[in-house]
Design a binder for this molecule. Structure first.
Ligand code: PTJ
Length: 252
């Protein structure tokens, strides 16, 4: 509970999520641009009803299956992700046997190390993306996101990107990697370019994925492969945009 936010406030959850980001900003984990990016996300979340939609849950399930059948799954963590759900991201990485890698748009050594420390405080044992000795580049991207770890994202077959700008997603896809992204904006370049797009708030998506992975771990590999192969990202994105359209039409 936050001292300035009354628990009976109608927008209590949304306000406490903001507080996590503000605290992350004060701690040097989140960049000011991250606060703006969150505002854009909030607007889409409002239109989506601030709940996990059936299509988002389906994408989360397919994403967990894909991560479970991958040989080198990597979870890419930026400032907003660390501030919003470090504990759950670490839990998910352990359940999946996935590596954690810090990758920032607004690159800074200090912030990378602060994010890694937060992940370690939350139970991570290894975090990639911190040292220049193991740094390599992915082609087709000019931002700082091009720097990846030789033992992390560079060798990944599947990358789970949380908040993202579209360039890296496209570059990773063109290298033959599967890309799973979480983006509340179903129209974004990231959403359009991903193998699996989860149109949900990160704060709900990651705990959902922890629960789903716990259930799916017992499934046969053939069943996991079937779920992934039946999933169609374009169709699923259309459902998410329909939720927004129908929600507005119902009211006006
Ligand atoms: O920590 P850094 O340096 O890597 O910087 C991170 C930011 C977020 C600043 C950077 O990735 C950025 O500029 O992102 P964009 O291009 O603004 O994209 C952010 C996308 O995430 C937008 O499409 C938002 O709708 C979406 N988004 C924001 N908050 C959430 C979200 N999606 C899911 N859950 C959220 N909580």
């Amino acid at each position: 509970m936050h001292k300035n936010i009354p628990i009976d406030h109608p927008r209590y959850i949304s306000l406490t999520i903001r507080e996590k980001l503000v605290n992350g900003f004060k701690a040097g984990i989140v960049v000011p641009q991250g606060l703006m990016a969150h505002g854009r996300g909030e607007a889409f979340d409002y239109l989506l009803g601030e709940n996990t939609t059936p299509s988002a849950l389906y994408a989360e399930k397919a994403a967990c299956c894909l991560l479970l059948i991958s040989k080198h799954p990597v979870i890419s963590v930026n400032g907003n992700t660390a501030a919003l759900c470090s504990r759950e991201i670490v839990e998910l990485s352990k359940l999946l046997g996935a590596s954690l890698e810090v990758n920032l748009f607004h690159q800074s050594q200090r912030r990378s190390h602060l994010i890694a420390e937060t992940l370690i405080e939350n139970g991570a044992t290894q975090v990639f993306g911190l040292y220049s000795a193991t740094r390599t580049m992915i082609n087709g991207i000019s931002s700082n996101r091009r720097f990846v770890d030789t033992f992390g994202m560079a060798k990944a077959d599947t990358v789970f990107l949380a908040l993202e700008d579209g360039d890296r997603c496209q570059a990773l896809r063109s290298q033959g990697k599967n890309v799973i992204s979480v983006d509340l904006n179903p129209l974004s370049r990231t959403a359009q370019a991903s193998s699996i797009t989860i149109v949900d708030n990160l704060i709900r998506a990651v705990p959902n994925m922890v629960n789903l992975t716990n259930q799916l771990r017992a499934e046969k590999v053939s069943e996991l492969i079937k779920i992934v192969s039946e999933f169609d990202n374009e169709t699923n994105l259309k459902y998410s945009t329909e939720v927004i359209r129908n929600g507005i039409q119902k009211r006006y």
